[in-house]
Every structure is written in structure tokens, then in C-alpha cells.
Design a protein around this ligand. Structure first.
Ligand code: SAM
Length: 251
């Protein structure tokens, strides 16, 4: 089973074949690689476009809210770099908002009882699931990202490696000035979701936003449990009909 097949267990066979066929076209067409890179919508699926649009809508919600963006579950780095690029494009002179990404870069560190289901389970729900050793690649990409934005003498992004249940409290201990305008939780698991929400909720000003992926998802019960325990259901839990795996709460 290919890596993509494991990571997209909600996808149909036809959708996966579509990706293989587009990969074939991408590899074999006569357009040069630099031209392909600057024409990404040529090869993009509507699914990826939908989530880019949803991230754009989310970023607009917090543009006037003070605080950094905390992104949990970097994986290859696509979602993390979306927010880094949105910040560079939409508020190039806001030098006080950092985009901070957390990941083990070795996949899921452990799965607890709260993440277990009574029926079918995603194959990714295992120790080491969603493994991506992307830290060095991302540092190279961020080096180029920095060269293409104003105020690039001021750091905009940080990537923090390790289990966030350990690294986030350490980060906050060292950075007591931290305010949080946006939390993006894509780890899908109970313990890291609960740790991040418990530690960051008090640092989110009114109007700040929490984004969580995989809520109300029978194969990943942990994220929903953690949100209900820390934030509760008195807040409106909203979504975009075009990006249904993304939910958000405005504080
Ligand atoms: C579903 S993937 C995230 C997908 C990603 N947001 C994207 O843009 O494609 C889940 C990620 O969460 C990370 N993760 C899970 N538990 C973690 C923990 N306790 N600490 C740090 N990272 C964790 C995994 O290593 C994995 O990269």
C-alpha cells in the first residue's frame, strides 16, 4: 500500500487512481519543473484547493487578533507552510505574529485508550503513523520562504521537534510573553490535543480561533473528547461545507 493510500483512508479507489494518473501527467509532461512549481493549480485537486480556501478564511478571521499561530501536526509541512505563506502575503509587515509548528517528525508517539475505537480503525492510528522526517526539508524551504518576504531580518517561523506534550510546556516556560491568535490542531489524538488546548486556551484572546481536524470522526474519537473536555460544547463548533474535516471555534 502506497504512503498516500495509507494517509487518505477516507478516499475511494477512484480518487486514489486519479492521483496516480495526475502524477503520471506531472512527471511526463513537457513543462519544465520550475514552470510546474509556479503553476500549482494546473495539477491541483479540488480537495486541496478547498482546504487552501478554508485556511484562507480562517486566517482572515484572526488577522486583527493579536498573537501567534500555533500549528500542531506538521507532517510534510503543507498546512504549516500555507499559514506561513498567508501571513507573508496578507500581512507582510506584521512582524509580531510568529507561525510555530510542533511535530515529533517521527509520527505518532503513542496511542492511548481514548483513541481506540470499538470497530474499524484507520491504519494510520498506530505508533509511528503519519511518519514524515521533513524537518531538514522544511528548514531548506523556509530558508527560501524567508528570501521572498519583506522584513526577513525578523524570524517568522519556528519548528519544534518532539512530543508536544513535553515541548509545548517547555516552549511556554521560555516564552512567557506568548499570546495565541490561532491554534491549528491536526494531530487527531486525545493526549496531545488535550495538552495543547489546556495550555493555550488561557492565552487566546476573545476572537481568537481554534481549528481542529477530525472532529465527529468515528475512527479518531480522541480529538472530539479532548475538545469537549477543555472547551465544551457551549461554543459554536463551525465548519465550511467545502472543507468538512476542518472545524473551528471562535473564542
Ligand atoms: C495527520 S498528520 C498532520 C497533517 C498535516 N497537518 C498536513 O498539513 O498534512 C498528524 C501529525 O501529527 C504529529 N503528532 C501526533 N502526535 C504528536 C505529538 N504528541 N507531538 C508532536 N507531534 C505529534 C504526527 O507526527 C503527524 O505528523
Amino acid at each position: 500500500m502506497s504512503e498516500l493510500r495509507k494517509a487518505t483512508e477516507r478516499s475511494s479507489e477512484q480518487e486514489l487512481i486519479w492521483v496516480d494518473e495526475m502524477a503520471e501527467i506531472y512527471n511526463n509532461c513537457s513543462i519544465s519543473l520550475p514552470e510546474k512549481l509556479v503553476n500549482p493549480s494546473l495539477f491541483m485537486r479540488r480537495q486541496e484547493l478547498s482546504y487552501l480556501l478554508a485556511d484562507y478564511e480562517i486566517f482572515k478571521l484572526v488577522q486583527n487578533i493579536k498573537g501567534s499561530v500555533f500549528y500542531f501536526g506538521v507532517y510534510h509541512g503543507a498546512g504549516f507552510m500555507t499559514f506561513a505563506n498567508l501571513a507573508a502575503a496578507l500581512e507582510p509587515y506584521n512582524h509580531t505574529r510568529e507561525i510555530i509548528g510542533f511535530d515529533t517528525f517521527t509520527g505518532y508517539p503513542s496511542i492511548t485508550q481514548e483513541d481506540k475505537t470499538h470497530g474499524k480503525q484507520f491504519q494510520t492510528l498506530t505508533e509511528g503513523g503519519f511518519y514524515s522526517d521533513s524537518l531538514e526539508l522544511l528548514n531548506n524551504i523556509i530558508y527560501l520562504y524567508d528570501r521572498n518576504r519583506p522584513l526577513n531580518h525578523i524570524n517568522k517561523t519556528s519548528l519544534i521537534k518532539g512530543d508536544l506534550c513535553i515541548t509545548l510546556p517547555e516552549y511556554l516556560e521560555k516564552n512567557q510573553h506568548t499570546l495565541v491568535s490561532l491554534v491549528v490542531l491536526t494531530v487527531n489524538l486525545y493526549e496531545p490535543t488535550k495538552t495543547a488546548l489546556s495550555l493555550l486556551w488561557p492565552r487566546i484572546p476573545k476572537g481568537g480561533v481554534i481549528v481542529i481536524h477530525s472532529l465527529n470522526e468515528e475512527y479518531y474519537p480522541g480529538a472530539t473528547k479532548a475538545l469537549l473536555e477543555v472547551v465544551g460544547a457551549d461554543y459554536s463548533i463551525q465548519t465550511y461545507p467545502f472543507a468538512p474535516n476542518l472545524a473551528y471555534v471562535v473564542k
